[in-house]
Ligand binder design. Sequence first.
Ligand code: MG
Length: 396
Amino acid sequence: MKPSVSTDPSAAPLLGLAAYAVSDASSRGRQHPEPAPQYRSEFQRDRDRIIHSTAFRRLEYKTQVFVNHEGDLFRTRLTHSIEVAQIARSIARVLRLNEDLTEAIALAHDLGHTPFGHSGQDALNDCMAEHGGFEHNLQSLRVVDLLEAKYAEFPGLNLSFETREGVLKHCSLKKARELGDVGRRFLERQQPSREAQLTNLADEIAYNNHDVDDGLRAGLITIEQLLDVRLFADEHERVMQRFPTLTGRRVIHETVRRMINRLVVDLVETSRGRIEQAAPASADDVRGYTETLIGFSDTVRERNLELKRFLRTHLYRHYKVHRMSVKARRVVTELFAAFMEDPQLLPPEHHGLARARSEESGEAGRARAVADYIAGMTDRYAITEHGRIFNPATAS
Ligand code: MG
């Protein structure tokens, strides 16, 4: 019997890549040329290298809003990255974009994050103010290009150009000039691939929605407050109409999953419309466009912004989150100052790196090696290391 084929246009198609998708054949390749992989695409190989990296395993103990020891049920950067990959792959498949590339970008996009989320990054950026600054996007690229030490023939993971380009979501023009090929699009004001654009939006969909879920779980925000946010209120109303007796966590999950679905469906339909209108002939064709082809409708973009504003005011600036941020900032700042003042406090491997880098480029080189060491730390490692350096009662 022939399998039934759905004629519903919203059903997920199993079709080949679109002409405007990135493909192995159109890829700009790797910095260090390698033979083509067997039984895998180039971007599957990128994805696999990312999964086997040390930085990827560290994501399990790094956090975004809540610190790792605050509870076992909150998202970590690892589960966040997996959620981003899930959303990005669904969108890529229906738009016939390169699913392997979106997955690789999604799993690598947060590899350069410091411990303790944005407060850790801000603190490290302040520490590095006179030595070129610190930015997590650039650090993610640095991890995959340089810091991972796994292969005999090259430093880093030697990923494909399109994966590296997708990891580097934004960067200053000054940095773009230093970065060469992967920075060029910022200087030429060109768009990255559609795969990079959609993974960026999948990141936003994932964190806005899981922060609602985590924020409610932590008791830092309430459903009553969220009813002022139309994206939440609309779906919450639908859930309560359909299941009037439903209570507790199932109400939250039913609402959040519908919010994600609404955003994803809107993104797919809006992007599909724009792609059909523009009718790009190739992946490179789209780079010069001034508008991105992947995006939300005006209404949903506005709703999404409303949700972001809500989270900024009520969750990210909540006094309990703020207290933890201040502690995190102190840990990062004090570790940096201690290692800069006395590099011998560094473990031998990092001490060696700091010495080599300072021979190359003086104090800035040493600072970069210290920043690499701190950025690589997980939340709990940073807390323990801080104790080992500052608390005489802790073993060194
Ligand atoms: Mg992210």
